[in-house]
Ligand binder design. Structure first.
Ligand code: SAH
Ligand code: AVI
Length: 324
């Protein structure tokens, strides 16, 4: 039996609700500012494009977060303590977790949670092959909805939610609060949260990071249309749109759009959506936080700031919260 078949058997999957997803998509596309959820970036191709983004010279986030993790991993591991279960939200390729796996003592289990199913299974298999002594229990789910956690064979001393990459920034502060509540719940009594946050900085650095010269972010953005075509029987023409990312200083967020190159009518199942030339479809917000405001948000759900680490230029922060 191949590894991939073996581990797929351990995959916990949340049931799809395709009618609800279609209704939400159509509702978003009927708003005065058309919008599509950022979760539609992540089909198999989108997950691969995101991996390429993390290596772009302009995209400082991943390498900055990794350098912070590398520098302070000893302190992080001792705050987490022995025999924890690590639950990673939006685990992607499960690369950053490797550092933690190498430094934590007697890990009870690693539970990667991601919506991009094939990518999750491949990443979980590769991780399990590299760390045969660690129980890897992938969960394919939309983490904004309630989902069941698998039970590890070893009883954990505590649950630690790991949420790297500043993926929390892809949610509005109100939605981030809801997500923090879910994480607080999954962490359970005595649980903790280790989370990566992109910090506010100058417009030029931010706009460069989301409009890279080689066009990978543009391809990532446009791929949303391919994903919608296959998931919802739609007929978006990818050539009919172009990518734009701009920093909204007032809101402290990057806004990513697809701009229509002409007047067009798009079919989504039996529905038709009119899009005029120059009209924008919002595909993502990427909020940048001041540390104090993120701590205040987390405090609202009962997470107490215990420690944080930043790089010398204060571009990015990794924060550790304990449950009150
Ligand atoms: N943690 C990785 C990947 C970040 S990319 C890193 O730090 O580099 C964001 C990840 O979150 C993707 O793997 C994507 O598939 C996942 N994701 C985005 N929205 C999600 C949702 N609503 N539910 C579950 N996973 C989601
Ligand atoms: C996953 N997330 C934190 C990325 C970000 O930076 O907001 C997604 C992304 N969008 C464009 N480039 C990367």
């Amino acid at each position: 039996m191949s590894n991939s078949v073996e581990h797929a058997a351990y995959l916990t999957e949340q049931d799809d609700a395709p009618d609800q997803e279609l209704a939400e998509l159509l509702d978003g596309l009927r708003q005065p500012l058309k919008m599509s959820s950022p979760k539609y970036f992540y089909d198999e191709r989108g997950s691969q494009l995101f991996e390429q983004i993390t290596e772009l010279p302009e995209y400082y986030l991943t390498r900055t977060e990794l350098s912070i993790m590398n520098r302070h991993i000893g302190e992080m591991a001792s705050l987490i303590g022995p025999t924890a279960s690590l639950i990673e939200f939006g685990s992607g390729s499960s690369q950053k977790i490797r550092l933690l796996l190498e430094h934590l003592v007697d890990l009870a289990a690693y539970v990667p949670v991601d919506i991009s199913r094939e990518h999750l299974v491949a990443s979980a298999d590769s991780l399990a092959a590299d760390y045969p002594d660690i129980e890897v229990l992938p969960v394919a789910a939309d983490f904004t909805q309630p989902f069941d956690l698998p039970s590890p064979a070893v009883m954990p001393v505590r649950n630690i939610v790991y949420f790297p990459g500043s993926t929390i920034g892809n949610f509005s502060p109100e939605a981030a609060l809801g997500l923090l509540q879910v994480m607080h719940h999954e962490a359970g009594a005595d649980g903790g949260l280790l989370i990566g946050i992109d910090l506010r900085k100058d417009r030029e650095t931010l706009e460069r990071a989301y409009n890279d010269a080689s066009g990978v972010t543009a391809a990532f953005n446009l791929n949303v249309l391919n994903h919608l075509n296959s998931a919802f029987d739609a007929d978006f023409n990818v050539e009919g749109f172009r990518h734009l990312a701009e920093y909204n200083e007032h809101e402290g967020r990057i806004e990513m759009y697809l701009i229509s190159e002409r007047n067009q009518v798009v079919s989504i199942g039996a529905e038709q959506i009119r899009i005029v030339s120059g009209e924008r479809v919002l595909t993502e917000h990427s909020h940048k936080y001041a540390l104090e405001s993120f701590n205040a948000l987390s405090a609202q759900v009962g997470f107490r700031a215990a420690a944080h680490w930043t790089d010398a230029d204060e571009r990015f922060a990794v924060c550790f919260f304990e449950r009150d």
